[in-house]
Structure formats: structure tokens, C-alpha cells
Design a binder for this molecule. Sequence first.
Ligand SMILES: Cc1cc2nc3c(=O)[nH]c(=O)nc-3n(C[C@H](O)[C@H](O)[C@H](O)COP(=O)(O)O)c2cc1C
Length: 396
Amino acid sequence: MNSFGRHLKFTSFGESHGKAIGVVIDNYPSGIKIDYEYINFLLKQRQGGSAFSTPRKEEEKINIISGVFNDISTGAPICVMVENTNIKSKDYDKILRPSHADISYFAKYEIYDYLGGGRSSARESLARVIAGAFADFILKEVNIRTYASLCAVGKISVDGFAFSEEEYINAQKRQINALNHDIMCEAFKDEILKAKANNDSIGSVVSVGAFGVMAGLGEPLYDKLDARIASAFMGFNAVKAVEIGLGSKISTLNASYANEKFEKIYNEKIIKQKSSIFNNNKNSNFISFSKIDKNKNLYLKTRNNFSGGINGGISNGETIYVKSYFKPTPSIFKEQNVFDFDLKLKKHSLVGRHDPCVGVRACVVLKAMMSFILADYLLLNTSAKISNIKKIYKGE
Ligand SMILES: Cc1cc2nc3c(=O)[nH]c(=O)nc-3n(C[C@H](O)[C@H](O)[C@H](O)COP(=O)(O)O)c2cc1C
């Protein structure tokens, strides 16, 4: 499937070593100002060129083909293309790289553009980031903010799952967008460089937080918000597990401890959340609330947020927290036993340009996917109840 979304949809196209990567976004509302600087700001976070990422770095000049007039969206499909300008196809031999998509694409299609991994390359995620930037323009109107940062590299990991908005913002200022502390960032960097020095690669975990999400977003049963997030995140290259809120650890608990502990709040003041056994982040502030009674200005908030902001597939007004677990980059320079396309086994050392730890460049892609899902569900929600329809058509 090359398309994603329920109401707001995007379709990505292009291969790693093809002419271009692009995206078509359909059902995008009219009247939205397009901030080109913001799109470029997000794209920069996905680019390589540092000691901690692939050396492949592209200029990535965005070319908006349709759907925007005088910098404002028109309601027509938005089409954005970015030319591939830094291709080194000679680095790619006809071999089935262990744990890459070569073998399964070859088995399914027989005709396979193996150059740079073709369509299975993470170069495609450029399209996801552009779609996410357009989604952010919608989210900005209702003050929803999404972030993603590294919370583990190899065996070194930051405790907890509920990070404050400030922590994500601080992480972005560090060289590899690492949560927690400058010292943690240095430890992550050391792990990546160690793997690289051994001609190897290393796995990682990325934490995503969505702040300011109102209660009531999501579709019940077959298209739950958490199901959609898990599907989108698992659908991203090299992701092997996804956790919402406390994640798999919740299976070790009794409900008397794990259940949400809701509190009534009568105004929007920020409540400081002290650490719990699973959350050692003393500064963690839960700052979103589900507004239960508009007239009384009454809110409910939970003290633990183990559900990661989602109950019954619908947002409960708390911050949404998701973790994605990435495997180590399959293409490594260490000599391995590999099969070629004629199924001959040989010893092979790869050449070319590869990420030593995919989590570094993956953060912004997951942020973008989270933004796109929230924008999609925000638009879907407008038809969830008759009062919304009356508001639009009768001004009631
Ligand atoms: C941001 C990002 C960058 C990646 N860079 C590389 C790379 O340089 N070399 C490589 O072999 N795989 C890389 N991968 C992983 C492959 O794209 C992925 O393992 C492959 O498509 C097989 O899919 P699967 O791991 O989901 O099964 C990257 C993944 C991500 C998310």
C-alpha cells in the first residue's frame, strides 16, 4: 500500500535512486498558509551527512506542483516533488542483503529495483515528512504539538515513557535529538560510533509525544487511534515493536495499580506530576486535560497516564505517548555470507552509504506520521455528531 489516511490521505511515490520522491495529499482543506521554511526545517532533521547518519546528503529542494495558490492551499490535491540529486548506484551489487527487503521484494515482484533499496529504502520517508509538515499546519490551528526523540541506543536507555514538552524541545537542540540530558546524548553517540568503528550498526528506540490533543479524537473498534498509530509506526522501515503509554510493562501489573487515577480539575492550571516507579523524569508535566463539562470548566486528568492518552481507541485528553523500537541497520560493512540474485552464496563486504543507527533520522518521520494521523482524525471527527453539523451549516 502506498497510500495512508482515512479522510486526509497521502500517496507517496518514487524510488531511492529514481528521478524523484514525491507525495500527493488529498482532501487537504483550503485556506491554509503554507510555511515553506517549516517544511525545510523538518526535512533537514531527516537528512544525513553527519558522523551518526548516512553520508548521503541531498539538497532536497521542494517543488510544489499543485494545490497551492499564492502560498495558500486551494482544496485541490497537493503534489510535492523532490528530485534525487545524490545517487551512487554503482555501490549496489545484485545481492540479497540479509534482513533488508531485497529478498521479499524479489520474491513478490521478480522485477526489483535494488538500487539503494528502490521503494523499500527509507528515502521514501521524505514523502512522509512532507505530508506531516502539511498536517502540522492544520494541527497548529488547534494548538496540537507533536515531538519525537531518541530514548535508547543499544542497551543504553532513558527511563520512563512520559516526557515533558520541554524535554522533547531540549532534545531537539542536541546533536542527535536525544532525550534526558547532554550526558545521555554523549553516551548514545559513543554507542553509535563504537558500532560504526566495528563496521556494524546498532538498534534504537524513539519516543513520540503528542501534546494538546483534545479528548474524543479517534474511531472506535476497527480503526482505533492506537491501532492506527501502531499500524503507521510498524509500517515504517526497521520498526519491530510499538508501545503505547506504559506499553508491554503494563502486563506485569495489577489493575489496582495500573488503572488510570482520574482527578477533577476545575480550571486549566498545570499540575506538576511527581515521578512514579516507571517514570523517573521528575520534571514531567502532564499538561493536557479532557474537558468533561464545558460550562463548569471541569476537567478530568489522570495521575499516571499509563494508557498513553488513549482509552477505547479514542483520545482521553492526556498527552499521547508512543515508543518505537528499531532494529539495527541491515546494511553493514562487516563481511557476511550473502546470496546473490542467482542464489549463489558468497562472502561479501558491502560498500555504499548507510546509517549506523536508523533511529537518529527516524525521529522526524515518526513525528510526521503522528501529526498526519491526528490531523486526519481531527477532520474525521467533524462529522461525528449532529451538533458539529449544525454549527457549520446553521451557525448554532
Ligand atoms: C531512517 C531510516 C534510515 C535507514 N537507513 C538504512 C540504510 O542506510 N541502510 C539499510 O540497509 N537500511 C536502512 N534502513 C532500514 C531499511 O530501510 C529496512 O530495514 C528495510 O527496508 C527492510 O524493512 P524492515 O526492516 O522493516 O523489514 C533505514 C531505516 C530508517 C527508518
